[in-house]
Design a binder for this molecule. Structure first.
Ligand code: 13P
Length: 247
């Protein structure tokens, strides 16, 4: 019912030479899951050219909430779409931390993404202190309610659960902890959106690598992954795609 999604977030990594990695992925046999690479903005148009009509989709890592105007250095959702993006990551914890983005701003960006025909990958996740305080589900529930626009569907929205303490750390939650959050996300979306919630894909992100991908993909309500470091090399990301295709 939900097609699985392996998404790579290159963050602030990569130059034109990195497109060789994308070429390797794009030349691979189509996987039994969707594949998405979100390179830095400087590479989106070139990446879309490399990906062509093949199996790899291209996305942005952020957009502005406004359609256009005097916002130096920002990029609109329509500009991402024009450059060849089909998706955009929004509310990543690094943007929440580095740029002070809050739930209302993320929601406004997600509305802008929808208006431009992009699928928003809305990120939520607790800090280690919040988990230690037993506040994980409360934090995630608040972020989900505040960041996801009304009327969300599987076409315009993907949710990524990324525990802040698992990002780039080599640490991951237990499979039971991932299941608890993903089941909570699914139940919360059903309460708010009814049957449409069942089309919304839920990705896990945070230190996903070839060695742990298969066990994470077997967890209830995990529909794929949002991968940072291990998406930079086609050899690693390809193994994650293979694990998801087999899940
Ligand atoms: P890592 O896979 O490098 O931990 O990054 C996860 C992430 O933040 C993806 O958006």
């Amino acid at each position: 019912m939900r097609r699985k999604l392996a998404a790579g977030n290159w963050k602030m990594n990569g130059t034109r030479a990195s497109l060789d990695e994308l070429r390797l992925l794009a030349g691979a046999h189509p996987a039994a899951c969707d594949m998405l690479i979100c390179p830095p903005a400087t590479l989106i148009a070139a990446a879309a050219g490399v990906a062509g009509a093949g199996p790899v989709l291209i996305g942005g890592q952020d957009c502005h909430a406004a359609a256009s105007g005097a916002h130096t250095g920002d990029i609109s959702a329509a500009q991402l779409a024009d450059a060849g993006a089909s998706h955009v990551i929004l509310g990543h914890s690094e943007r929440r931390a580095d740029h002070g983005e809050g739930d209302a701003q993320v929601r406004a960006k997600a509305e802008a993404a929808r208006a431009a025909g992009l699928t928003a990958i809305v990120c939520v996740g607790e800090t280690e202190a919040e988990r230690d305080a037993g506040a994980t589900l409360a934090v995630i529930g608040r972020q989900l309610a505040g960041s996801v626009p009304d009327g969300a569907t599987g076409t315009d929205t993907v949710i990524a659960y990324e525990p802040v303490w698992a990002i780039g750390s080599g640490r991951t939650p237990t499979l039971a902890q991932i299941a608890e959050v993903h089941d909570f996300l699914r139940a919360s979306l059903r309460t708010r959106f009814g049957a449409a919630a069942d089309g919304i894909r839920l990705l896990y992100g945070g230190s996903v690598k070839p060695a742990n991908a298969a066990e994470i993909f077997a967890v209830s309500n995990v529909d794929g992954a949002l991968v940072g470091g291990a998406s930079l090399r086609a050899a690693d990301f390809g193994q994650i795609v293979a694990a998801l295709s087999a899940a």
